[in-house]
Design a protein around this ligand. Sequence first.
Ligand SMILES: Nc1ncnc2c1ncn2[C@@H]1O[C@H](COP(=O)(O)OP(=O)(O)OP(=O)(O)O)[C@@H](O)[C@H]1O
Ligand SMILES: [Mg+2]
Length: 345
Amino acid sequence: MAMLEVKNLTTFYKTRMNEKVCSVDNVSFTLEEGKSLGIAGESGCGKSTLAMSVMGYYFPPLNYESGSIIIDGKEITKLPPDTIRTTVLGTDIAYIPQAAMNALNPTRKIIRFIEDVLQAHGTKMTKSEIRHLAQERFAILNLPEKVLDQYAVELSGGMKQRTIIAISTILNPKVLIADEPSSALDVSSQKIVIKLLHDLMQKKFVRSMLFITHELPLLYNVTDDIMVMYAGEIVERGSAKEMIFDPIMPYSKGLMNSIIVPEDGTRGHILQAIPGSPPNLKKRPVGCRFGDRCKYADELCRKDSVNEQNASIGRSYRCRHPLEELYQIYENELPALLGDNEEKK
Ligand SMILES: Nc1ncnc2c1ncn2[C@@H]1O[C@H](COP(=O)(O)OP(=O)(O)OP(=O)(O)O)[C@@H](O)[C@H]1O
Ligand SMILES: [Mg+2]
């Protein structure tokens, strides 16, 4: 069953100069119950804007243009902001923003944030009942209970992030969006945060998850499916394994060639950066948005807009070239992408 269905969603920023920056452009995808979906892409491709947009809660400079968002069968797109805030956020969908741990008010105890979340949803619980609920949840998630009476400044980065995740999910959201939840942490704290997210899904406190990061190897370990975004569009989607080891669209291919996944068969892989930079989103690019940077682009790619194509069930990509043609091109290039060791075999 779909927990989140996004159909043709378009949102934009209005700059102070009254220019429109279309950072989420006609985006459609589904997230099934019990599944986690990763969103990858270079900085500025629209990952965080997509995350904010699917909450249906818009405030300047972000604006809604068109499309729909359905959470567990409920259309939330046209609901007034107040209704979204009190009946959707936290319960239907919870968002852990990028750099959330730097945003916690340092002068308040952690328990106060939990009271805020519950009170914003009109809880009839007393303070002691809220504390009891918080203690119970912290215990299940292996978080020390004493944190509830500490201030954010007293917590380490990793503990702060785990606490934020526990607070954000206290109302058992149907969809959790974690935007770069572990990027600012050291490796061991990262692992603990990822385990916490995994536990939340396992214990069904969270029924589906959108996980945003530019660290692709992390997505491989954490998510079922991966979507790649480029210039406000979804350019490819597939299972995590397919996306890492068998990307189709030239941009995804470039992205995967720029990382190391510690798996058999990837040794000797030469890392290659994608030359150039993404287009300016103040003007909707004509033709394929990756066209200017794509070494396989021809006249038609730069002229016609590109629709999504299905490669197989659950697998789609946005490129004008047929699948066989792309595979043929990649096959011919293979020796160039392998290091000495592989080439000599
Ligand atoms: N407040 C804003 N006003 C105008 N444009 C904005 C605003 N915030 C973001 N943008 C633009 O929207 C686009 C998408 O930004 P977004 O933050 O969603 O990217 P991202 O993929 O999350 O990047 P990162 O990996 O760096 O977090 C960028 O081109 C950015 O310049
Ligand atoms: Mg971001």
